[in-house]
Design a protein around this ligand. Structure first.
Ligand code: PLP
Length: 388
């Protein structure tokens, strides 16, 4: 199992294995040992239309404790409650913390589906390895999450754009100040009903602040892992973007000013290359739907004809040249939270560069959203979304 985990983290796996020594590869908690304590005071379900992201939580949570001496405990579903933490706890001092973000969708057929949840489990296993949190079997965690969502199924809101956001979290609870692998840890999962990201279901384009003096992730860093420590430092720039009339940050990297991400979303650029070919490009280190069936079906019959799909670097100069020459058709972000988010312009070195995404439909962004939603809500059968 440890070997399998390492092989999913190409390049860094061997080095990390050397750094970390042998992992407790086969030890994991088991979904078959799940204990359930039901809440005696279930709360009324909110109207999904007015929900602000991440403010309302369901009646129950899942938690599992680990210690070096005792290994994994039994997974437990309990009434939603506060945590008790030692003030020296390593999550608080050294950001020994990671999380995931995934969603459960209620289809028109009233069935509830998770979207490619195994991939969230794999990323969570990789993130855990990166901050020396103990190994676990993602398949077992996924079974526990399914049980939690089944118990809370009335909290999965109906409606074509609503969902139940699932937040697995894993923290070091080591009660001492040494900078070392934690000897105690807590994995927990909480749930929030969420409404449509765009009220009314219509796209509104976002403006992006691209400030080359800030970097979110870099080669050799931990930007590809979902660590809380990657997010806290980004909030100040997000606020600066809002103060400048933008909605999101366009994260750049290196002397070429490579476009890497939009806020907390993966970035997509749809353009005509210099040779005239139409293509969709996303920066590397992503494992996104554009590489698979969704993009292929998006290409066929999207009204934009055939196009290539490529993972590759996007230097700012190349993107601005494509904009100036009228070759750039659409730019958008995509991620669990908003699904698809079109870009309307970039503020870069004090200059505003309008991006004509909306002027082009946006045909591809809309198609992308439709293909994903059809899968997530079960309108189109797919291995990517199976009923609970
Ligand atoms: C979570 C995350 C995203 C979005 O990933 P999805 O699982 O598709 O929502 C993009 N970039 C980073 C760095 C992330 O942590």
């Amino acid at each position: 199992m440890a070997a399998a985990m390492r092989s999913r983290c190409p390049g860094s796996g061997a080095l990390l294995a050397t750094l970390l020594g042998p992992r407790r590869g086969c030890s994991s908690f088991r979904a078959s040992q799940l204990e359930v304590e039901r809440s005696r005071s279930p709360r009324p379900k909110p109207d999904p239309q007015g929900l602000q992201f991440g403010r309302v939580f369901t009646d129950h949570m899942l938690s599992v404790e680990w210690s070096r001496a005792g290994g994994w405990g039994r997974p437990r579903i309990r009434p939603f409650q506060d945590l008790r933490l030692h003030p020296a706890c390593s999550a608080l001092h050294y950001a020994v913390e990671l999380f995931e973000g995934m969603k459960a969708f209620r289809g028109a057929d009233d069935k509830i589906r998770l979207f490619r949840p195994e991939l969230n489990m794999q990323r969570m296993e990789r993130s855990a390895q990166r901050v020396c949190l103990p190994a676990f079997d993602g398949a077992e965690l996924l079974e526990c999450i399914r049980a939690l969502v089944r118990l809370e199924q009335e909290w999965v809101p109906p409606g074509p754009r609503a969902s139940l956001y699932i937040r697995p979290t894993f923290i070091g609870t080591e009660p001492s100040l040494g900078v070392a692998p934690p000897g105690q840890a807590l994995l927990f999962v909480i749930l929030c009903p969420v409404g449509p990201y765009f009220p009314g279901g219509h796209f509104s384009p976002v403006g992006l602040l691209a400030d080359p003096s800030h970097t979110r992730a870099w080669p050799g860093g931990a930007g590809h892992c979902k660590l809380g420590g990657n997010y806290g430092p980004t909030i100040a720039l997000q606020r600066a973007a809002q103060a400048r009339g933008c909605q999101q940050v366009l994260w750049l990297h290196g002397p070429e000013r490579l476009l890497t991400e939009v806020g907390t979303m993966n970035l997509f650029v749809f353009w005509h290359r210099e040779d005239g070919e139409l293509e969709l490009v996303t920066p590397p280190w992503t494992a996104d739907p554009a590489r698979g069936d969704a993009a292929e079906s998006a290409g066929a019959g999207a009204g934009v004809g055939e196009f290539g799909v490529r993972e590759g670097p996007l230097p700012m100069g190349t993107v601005l040249a494509a904009l100036a020459q009228g070759r750039l058709r659409e730019m958008f972000g995509s991620g669990t939270a908003c699904v698809v988010c079109p870009v309307g312009g970039i503020l870069y070195e004090e200059k505003w560069y309008p991006v004509p995404t909306m002027e082009h439909g946006p045909e591809l962004a809309q198609r992308f959203l439709r293909v994903l939603s059809d899968i997530q809500y079960g309108h189109v059968p797919s291995e990517w979304a199976q009923p609970l």
